[in-house]
Design a protein around this ligand. Structure first.
Ligand code: SF4
Ligand code: SF4
Length: 369
């Protein structure tokens, strides 16, 4: 299997304010081109695009391609589970939404300390083992957002897990919070194959300061900036899949062009990504990956990832004030509308202090300190 997976979490939209308004014409062209180039892996989840991502699997793949042509991964939303009854109900809904008959890869979604406790309390590990016995899932694993120590605990207590999905990119590699390298080494020590998520860090490693771009271009004028990030992740031994959340045809074509016959980075090229990470660490203000896990439960409908992205782009120049006002005019709550309920912080896989960061947004765009 080729090492590039099609992440179905940032799909092309007809209406930027409606995550369910997927542009199927473009998505079908992207998926067909992806398959035609010999790639097979598609990664969705119950919560992506408010449920529309799993439905897109049916429309774009199940109804248009033979089941043997593609591989589907989906995830049990541990963060949404309230009772034991939720678990089989949601799984049945996922099968119904996708129409895929079974999942090639099925993950407990976003395990961290809290979600792991939920998964234990609601017998999720037994549930997925049973699904495997019934042939409804082929391989079971989990995606993970916590410390390497926590990962070691889960893999020790659940050696039956067949793979892990980790956030790995060259910026988070030595990050004390994300612990990409330490988690990767832990998975390797337990002998688990690794799927990489967020290799481009929600798009942040596709738009880098001019000095990094110049360094990359001087080494390889024909490589896109984003490709350095995907190549970094795919070069790691034991990584069998790198997911890229592709939002348009151009991104898909760029990714497949170099992942078709993938050649790992050389030691010199890896050193360049380390230099880039050092520069970026000095520039990053709010390390949000735009995963949107925080937005659904916000009672004030605050555009958290959009505001953080604007903040990162504009903190020097205040250029984003107009875009900020435009977002509010489109019906989003202002950053200052935040009531501090912290629902968002409980669902943030990066464990960001969202409420504190929103105060910075207020300071920059609403003229308050
Ligand atoms: S703390 Fe603020 S931003 Fe977070 S969910 Fe509550 S109101 Fe929304
Ligand atoms: S604040 Fe956290 S949960 Fe929200 S989009 Fe950013 S990384 Fe994701």
């Amino acid at each position: 299997m080729k090492k590039l997976g099609f992440g179905l979490m940032r799909l092309p939209l007809r209406d930027a304010d409606d995550p369910t308004s997927i542009c199927f014409e473009e998505l079908e062209e992207m998926a067909d081109g992806f398959l035609a180039d010999g790639f097979t892996y598609f990664d969705t989840a119950y919560m992506y695009h408010n449920g529309a991502s799993e439905k897109a699997v049916r429309k774009v793949l199940t109804e248009r391609h033979e089941r043997s042509e593609y591989t589907v991964a989906s995830k049990l939303p541990t963060m949404l589970l309230k009772s034991k009854e939720d678990v089989p109900r949601i799984f049945s809904e996922q099968l119904e939404r996708t129409g895929s008959g079974y999942f090639d890869y099925y993950l407990l979604h976003a395990l961290d300390k809290n979600n792991y406790e939920t998964a234990l309390r609601l017998n999720c590990f037994d549930f997925v083992a049973d699904l495997k016995r019934k042939g409804l899932v082929k391989k079971v694993g989990f995606s993970f957002h916590d410390s390497a120590e926590m990962l070691d605990k889960i893999l020790t207590e659940h050696p039956e897990m067949e793979f892990v999905q980790l956030q790995i990119n060259y910026l988070d590699w030595e990050d004390a919070n994300v612990q990409s390298r330490l988690c990767y080494e832990t998975a390797r020590r337990h002998g688990k194959p690794v799927i990489v998520m967020e290799p481009v860090k929600g798009g942040r490693l596709a738009e880098v300061p001019a000095e990094i771009e110049a360094m990359y271009r001087s080494a390889h004028p024909d490589w896109s900036v984003a490709s350095w990030a995907i190549r970094f992740a795919a070069s790691l031994p034991g990584v069998f899949m790198v997911l890229s959340g592709m939002s348009n045809l151009r991104q898909m074509q760029d990714n497949t062009s170099f992942m078709k016959d993938f050649v790992p980075l050389t030691a010199d090229e890896i050193r360049m990504t380390e230099r880039a990470a050092a520069v970026l660490r000095g520039n990053v203000s709010i390390p949000c990956t735009a995963c949107r896990y925080c937005t659904e439960g916000c009672p004030k409908h605050i555009a958290i990832p959009e505001y953080f992205s604007l903040y990162n782009k504009s903190k020097e120049s205040k250029n984003g004030t107009k875009e900020y006002k435009d977002l509010i005019a489109r019906g989003y709550g202002k950053a200052s509308d935040c009531i501090g309920c912290r629902k968002c912080e409980k669902s943030c896989p990066q464990h960001l202090p969202i409420t504190a960061y929103l105060k910075k947004v207020v300071g920059l765009f609403e003229g308050e300190k």
